[in-house]
Write a protein that binds this ligand. Structure first.
Ligand code: MRU
Length: 374
């Protein structure tokens, strides 16, 4: 990969998974999550190809984090277009947008952020027809900064809205990584855990390993260890038995895309947990910012599910484990139907027993409180 890396000597908490260094002519710095927990290495991306590679190869991952990274990817595209005439420059930005959107299909935060930047560039040009590419770069940079800051605020809001749900002595089961590493801020599901911990409650977080890429074992366990929260890692196939022992009082995960009816895509294995939670009468919560909702699709059937290279399953630590003649299947996400979800915790409040009408009413109320920007 063409990005530079440097070994960080200290951990700044919460870790900054996505950071822009400098002004409009700056660069994007990402923690290379493939190398955690062994090394904390930052990648420096100076062009959009590097950002696409970092997202596609999951150096940066997690729905909000890839959205924010893609937004800054367009700042880099606008940098490359400096010196071009307006038509050529805008075409370069639009091509970069398509490449970024094509990197990973499931998390809607990515296309949401890219489209928001494109809209900003278009409305800016409509209001300033004489503008040049330097002005466009500035407008795109401001919008990317807003997306980044809003994600930080949303994470905190989710934590504050949801932390009362975690009571003293509870067992909370989570899957994959919906923490600081997956966002620009302190995470979604993990933000709730951090706020409950900050409020002085003690509880245990059970973390699914999350095969095949082990985001739970490598990333969530690492984050929770930094925060000194009692953590027990389990293999994915142990969750049912754990619930049967009465050790889990809440399942709490993130989401990559939530349809208009509340069906939610998240890391493969989440659906299994939701079914198990229903069987054991354990509340199942999703934590997600408003940017994870996709009102354009009626149900989870329409969510595109990313299929990743089968080598992620065949190999462990780079060594083949499964005979080459055997077929493999590697869907990266699954969809949990709304009927299995106790509540969706957002920065604007909790949608309990989500369905199409409750979600529509929730958003209608938000628009009446906070009118959309023109
Ligand atoms: O494939 P990944 O690691 O990007 O999947 C991430 C997840 O499924 C997270 O739970 C989701 O993005 C929510 S992150 C706040």
């Amino acid at each position: 990969m063409a990005c530079e890396g440097s070994l960080a000597d200290s951990i700044d908490w919460p870790v900054k998974a996505v950071l822009w260094v400098g002004g409009p002519d700056g660069l994007l710095e990402l923690i290379d999550q493939r190398r955690l927990p062994h090394e904390l290495v930052r990648l420096r991306c100076t062009d959009v190809a590097q950002v696409c590679q970092a997202i596609g190869q999951m150096a940066v991952r997690g729905a909000p984090a890839i959205g924010v990274s893609a937004a800054f990817g367009l700042v880099l595209a606008a940098q490359s277009a400096q010196g071009c005439d307006l038509k050529t420059g805008m075409r370069m930005i639009s091509e970069a947008a398509d490449r970024l959107i094509g990197t990973r299909p499931t998390a809607v935060n990515l296309s949401w952020a890219v489209r928001r930047i494109l809209r900003r560039a278009e409305t800016f040009l409509a209001s300033r027809p004489q503008a040049g590419m330097a002005d466009i770069l500035d407008a795109i940079f401001q919008e990317a900064r807003s997306i980044w800051q809003e994600d930080i605020d949303a994470c905190l809001g989710i934590g504050l809205r949801g932390c009362h749900l975690i009571e003293e002595g509870m067992g909370v089961l989570t899957h994959c990584n919906a923490g600081a590493l997956a966002t620009a801020g302190q995470g979604t599901a993990l933000s709730i855990i951090y706020q409950a911990h900050k409020a002085g409650r003690s509880f245990t977080v059970y973390v699914d390993e999350t095969r095949p890429l082990l985001q739970g074992a490598r990333l969530t366990a690492w984050e929770l260890a930094q925060a000194k929260i009692r953590t027990v890692v389990i293999c994915d196939n142990m969750a049912g038995w754990l619930m049967k022992q009465g050790k889990v009082q809440m399942v709490l995960t993130g989401a990559d895309r939530i349809a208009a009816n509340g069906d939610a895509a998240n890391k493969i294995g989440t659906y299994t947990l939701a079914v198990l939670a229903a069987r054991h009468k354990v509340p199942f919560y999703i934590a997600a910012p408003l940017s994870t909702f996709d009102p354009s699709i009626a149900s989870g059937c329409e969510i595109p599910i990313e299929t990743r290279p089968v080598e992620e399953i065949r190999q462990i630590h780079g060594k083949d484990l499964i005979p080459a003649v055997v077929e493999l299947w590697n869907p990266a996400f699954d969809v949990t139907e709304a009927a299995l979800i106790t509540g969706i915790i957002t920065e604007a409040g909790i949608i309990r027993r989500p369905n199409a009408s409750r979600i529509a009413a929730f958003f209608d109320r938000l628009v009446s409180i906070r009118p959309r920007r023109p």
